[in-house]
Structures are given as C-alpha cells and as structure tokens.
Write a protein that binds this ligand. Structure first.
Ligand code: NAD
Ligand code: GLY
Length: 363
C-alpha cells in the first residue's frame, strides 16, 4: 500500500482532491494550493485541538501561514446554532475576510459546523476538511453536506457547500477511542450494502483487522469508501436521486439519535441499529431473505455496534421519522435493500409492516 492515495471528487470547476494516508498533517505542500493567503482560521474542539492543533499550525507556519484558532465544546449536543455563533463571533472578532479559508480539524460534528459557517460567513469563504475520525474520513468530510441540528430534528439546518480539499491523515485514528472507530465502521459497511457487494464481502473477511487498526486495511477501507461516496456525489450532488441511498439506516437512526437526546447514541451506532431495522423492513416486503438480515446483523455485531434499537415507542418513532428530510407529501421515504449491494428509496411501506419492524427491532 502506498503511503498516500489521492482520489478526486469530480464536480467540474469545484472538483477537489481527497488525500488519504499516514503523516499528511506535516505535509505542507498538500495544503499550499488551498491556502494561497497568509492567514487561515482553524476550527476544532476541546478534545482534538490538544492532540493535533499544534502540529497543523506548525505545518502551516512552515509555508508562512498564520492561523486563528477557534475551539468549540466537544459533542453532538453542541452541534447547534449557539455553537455556530461562536464560530461567527471569532471570525468577526479576528476580522477574517472572504479569502480567509476555514479549516475543520476534527470529526463530523466539527466538519459539519465549520462547513456551514464557511458556506454562510460573508456569504461563503474557502473551506478545507481535515477529518480526524474514521466516520469523518469515510463519509462526512466528502460531498459537501454541512449543517447543524435543531431541537426538533437532526441536521435540519444546513447547506450543500463543497470543500476545496480533504486531508485524511490516518495517523490521527491512533488516538480515536474504540467506540468511535466502531461508529465509523457503520458508514463503511453502508457502502457495501447499498452499492458495492464485493466490498461488503471484503469487510466480512477483514472486519477484525479494521478493529485491530491494521493500517493497510484501514487505508484500503477509507479509500474504497471515499471512492464510493465520490461517485455518488458526482452523479447527484444535491440529492435529487441516488445520493439519498447514502442514508440507509439513517431515517431510523436519526430518530434514535434525537429521541435519545443528542450525544447519547453515537451517530454510527444509530446508523447500525437503524440499518438492521431497514433490513428487517426490506425482508417483510419480501425483498431480501432472513439469511441476508442475519448476515447484516452479524457484521454489525462483529464490528461491536448495536443491532437492537431503543424502545422509544412506535408513536415517537413515527413522529420523529415524520420529520426526516426525505419525507415527501407527508410520506416517510425509507432507503431499503432490494438485495445485498442494491438499495432503493421506497415511500410506500405498508404502515402495518413498519409497526411490525418497530416492534421486532426495539427493546
Ligand atoms: P464527532 O465529531 O462527535 O467525533 C467523535 C468523538 O471523537 C468526539 O468526542 C471527538 O472530539 C473525538 N475525536 C475526533 N477525532 C479524534 C481523534 N483523532 N482522537 C481522539 N478523539 C477524537 O463524531 P463523528 O462520528 O466524527 O461524526 C458524527 C457527525 O457527523 C454527526 O453529527 C453526523 O450527523 C455527521 N455526519 C455528517 C455527514 C455529512 O455528509 N456531512 C455524514 C455522516 C455523518
Ligand atoms: N452522508 C450522507 C450524504 O452525504 O449524502
């Protein structure tokens, strides 16, 4: 395996590279093109900044770039308008300009909030993603979905706003807690289930290596995930079709996350239990077999992810899922599996079958 792989998200003039590999935080030449000016603002949080801020600042200094740092409180429960305002306050206080790039250094929470700040501050400033969780390296840093939560629903306020560069330094995963690594695997498994059966099979064979943080296996899984994501985003940047498939398990999962209170279930944990629910519903519709559902559940279990959802009560689930961004004409549209490796969006799930899934999958 090469030390670094580079993929491209092909969006015409807004195309950008994703660099994946070890030691990238010290490679100033990778940042240089996206940082043409002498100043940047780096947004991070109280956990990640002490680990990696100094290294990044040092790298930037080596090419004559000084940085304003903005350190947010850590947690999904802070992914809201109050925290977003902290970013705007700091940018204005430091008189950051239209040409000052915003760099997100952290997981998906920092990335989503920084991206939304970049999309809106002075009506848009350049944006760079430096993801430091597995979830952010395989999913949230790529594709330009940015935003914050609302008390009534997850990621309800946001914008599509692409970064100019994604720098995924796999060394940062060394400090990631096991539970967070597992949460990232939920999104990795997602790509196999929705569109890449050979990758699903590879994951079944290599999940233990990934959990053991085998560097070659991790880099392969990150690159293959990003390749899948880039292809989907290139085909459907603003989610008028295929991109919705990336939400497998998310309609149920977001209901779990907001129903349990943001921060109590990790996003990836909600996606894992939610994907088992989507698989159960797909089976009830007669699309996949019991052995497929067992295979999916087995892989999540091996990845040390939850496969049983919390019992919020059917009414609460229906209420929360009624707020999903994919709802159309009042109908909840689920991403379901026609077969392993092939997902569809389906808006006609029989309410009785849905209730059966909720009863069967929640404890
Ligand atoms: P997160 O950002 O909360 O990070 C998880 C935890 O790990 C945090 O406590 C964080 O401080 C810590 N951390 C980060 N990097 C670390 C490191 N290298 N070492 C030690 N600790 C580290 O969570 P996440 O799982 O990265 O992201 C979840 C968020 O991403 C959710 O809000 C979800 O909605 C969003 N998301 C967005 C997209 C998108 O397309 N924009 C896709 C998927 C998920
Ligand atoms: N994570 C879903 C998307 O980017 O579309």
């Amino acid at each position: 395996m090469k030390n670094m792989q580079t993929l491209t998200v092909g969006l015409g003039e807004r195309s950008y590279p994703i660099h994946i590999g070890s030691g990238l935080l010290t490679r100033a030449e990778l940042l240089q093109k996206a940082v043409p000016r002498k100043r940047v603002a780096i947004v991070s949080n109280t956990t990640v900044a002490p680990l990696y801020m100094e290294k990044l600042q040092h790298t930037l200094q080596s090419i004559g770039v000084v940085s304003v740092t903005i350190i947010l409180p850590d947690g999904e429960e802070y992914k809201n308008s109050d925290t977003l305002n902290l970013i705007y306050d700091a940018l204005l206080t430091h008189r950051c300009e239209r040409t000052t790039p915003l760099i997100a250094l952290g997981g998906g929470v920092v990335g989503d909030m920084t991206g939304y700040a970049a999309a809106t501050y002075l009506r848009g400033v350049p944006f760079i993603q430096i993801p430091t969780t597995l979830l952010a390296q395989v999913d949230s840093s790529v594709g330009g979905k940015t935003g914050i939560n609302h008390p009534l629903g997850k990621n309800m306020i946001g914008a599509f706003y692409q970064p100019q560069l994604v720098l995924a330094d796999t060394d940062t995963l060394d400090t990631l807690p096991d539970k967070e690594l597992a949460a990232g695997l939920a999104e990795v498994i997602k790509y196999g289930l929705i569109r890449d059966l050979p990758f699903l099979e590879w994951l079944e064979q290599n999940i233990d290596k990934l959990l053991a943080r085998d560097t070659v296996a991790l880099q392969y899984a990150i690159a293959r995930s990003c390749q899948n994501k880039a292809e989907v985003v290139e085909a459907d940047e603003r989610e008028s079709g295929e991109r919705a498939l990336l939400n497998l398990g998310h309609t149920f999962g977001h209901a779990i996350e907001s129903g349990m209170g943001y921060g109590n279930w990790l996003h990836g944990e909600g996606v894992a239990a939610g994907t088992v629910m989507a698989a159960d519903l797909s089976q009830r519709l007669g699309w996949i077999g019991a052995q497929d559902v067992a295979r999916i559940r087995g892989l999540f279990e091996r990845a040390r992810l939850p496969v049983v959802a919390p019992d919020l009560g059917a009414e609460k689930y229906l209420d929360l899922m009624g707020l999903d961004k994919k709802v159309e004409g009042g109908k909840i549209r689920f991403v379901l599996l026609k077969q392993l490796g092939r997902a569809v969006v389906y808006g006609d799930a029989n309410p009785e079958l849905l209730r059966q899934t909720l009863a069967a999958c929640c404890k």
